[in-house]
Design a protein around this ligand. Sequence first.
Ligand SMILES: [Zn+2]
Length: 314
Amino acid sequence: MSLSQRIIGKYKGNEPGPLLVITGGMHGNEPAGVRALDLLFKMLEVEPITNPDFTYKGEIIGIIGNLQAYKMGKRFIQKDINRSWEPEFIQNLKHSDKDQLHDEDWEIRDILDVIDEEIKRVGPDELYLLDLHTTSSDGGIFCITTDNKKSIEIAHEIHAPVILGLLKDISGTTLHYFNEKNMGLPSTAIAFEGGHHDDSQSINRCIAAIVNFLRAIGVVSPEHIENRHDHILKQYSRNLPEIVEVIYKFHIDENHKWQMKPGFKNFQAVTKGELLARYDGQDVKAEVDGMILMPLYQAQGNDGFFIVKTWHGG
Ligand SMILES: [Zn+2]
């Protein structure tokens, strides 16, 4: 199956409620979120038939983030969309001649046009964004939140580890941009990482995360949610920490040679001084004790790895 359109699907509930934007393929080499969305809309289509009491509050739109890169199976063409959402840059794109834009600039502008049109059509009081991703490393699913309290509360209810403080070390992600200030209405954003890019189960985990998200924001009734969704995520997370915070990040500059030592999994313990990677022929060792997150096992990307530790409050 290969989708060729920006909009994967739309769903209108039978009661008023928020607008939910769900994005997959913001990185073109991450098809699991796109497939999960395609299946979600098919499930929502048959739900009222199999379950006459089913109600939904508000509307959903599912879109492919980097459509051109998705068709090529690449993370991006020129630049990483999920590092490009700087408010000033976005303002410029909004006022540019769309026909003159290329690659990721055109992609971002088109995403904005689609979402703006949807906001105008639906006129919601509230906006939610769920951004679905997968990783080049194995062994972990997790939610990335903003520092907005609501974002953190929703992430807890998805039943996957919650990563705090990640946005401090990177900039221009969708989570940085989709807030009330930029969108003009109350907006809450979360990213979900569903597992390895090529693991077919990542699709099921993305569907489970969406369903738990719908329950968390109150647009479906909990009694209409099958607990197999919860089970999938709880089962996968059973040996993973509940909340962690980022304590270290290794940045890779463009055109530098990166080689992660094979075999690291998300949330694997590392100790200070342990060899983790080679960067331009030099050893890269852990600077601190902790757990490794998102070790980079693909050619494109600027984050070599993160190190996190269990969060104990504060
Ligand atoms: Zn991604």
